[in-house]
Design a protein around this ligand. Structure first.
Ligand code: HEM
Length: 122
């Protein structure tokens, strides 16, 4: 019963888990030539900090997210579904590498997919 009342953020391991995941995730993104060019002019330390704040919030942490809306943040990048799924795969690969249980990964994937129309500005 207790497990069901805890947020995904708590069940996944809180801020240390989110921090570890985002650091590995962006390493993968930058190694992927199909998407790395989007980040050429990006300060990756700032970007990682924003992504940590966003994911913590999206997973139900009791923290506020004060960044841009995903729709505005990705407007005019001409992102495609292929770009989106490449990023989503790096996220799931990261969580698998960190031995996050599959049922929690499934919850993360659901949240990630729920952002697709905003990220792609559809
Ligand atoms: C699950 C999907 C995604 C989520 C949750 C996400 C999340 C975010 C967040 C929170 C920001 C920062 C917004 C701010 O500046 O306040 C951001 C910016 C950005 N995202 Fe995403 N994103 C996603 C997909 C993608 C994809 C598919 C790409 C490209 C392949 C991408 C490329 C970028 C770039 C280039 C920036 C701006 C970096 C800069 O300011 O220089 N994102 N994203």
């Amino acid at each position: 019963m207790e497990a069901e009342t805890k947020s995904l953020f708590e069940r996944i391991g809180g801020m240390p888990a989110v921090n570890a995941a985002v650091d590995i995730f962006y390493k993968k993104v930058l190694e992927d030539e199909s998407i790395s060019h989007f980040f050429t002019n990006t300060d990756m330390n700032i970007q990682a900090a924003k992504q940590k704040a966003f994911l913590a919030y999206a997973f139900g942490a009791p923290t506020a997210y004060t960044g841009k809306s995903l729709r505005n943040a990705h407007a005019s990048m001409s992102l495609t579904e292929a770009h989106f799924y490449a990023v989503a795969k790096h996220l799931t690969d990261t969580l698998q590498e960190l031995n996050v249980p599959q049922n929690l990964i499934d919850e993360v994937v659901k949240i990630a997919l729920s952002t697709k129309n905003d990220v792609l500005n559809k």
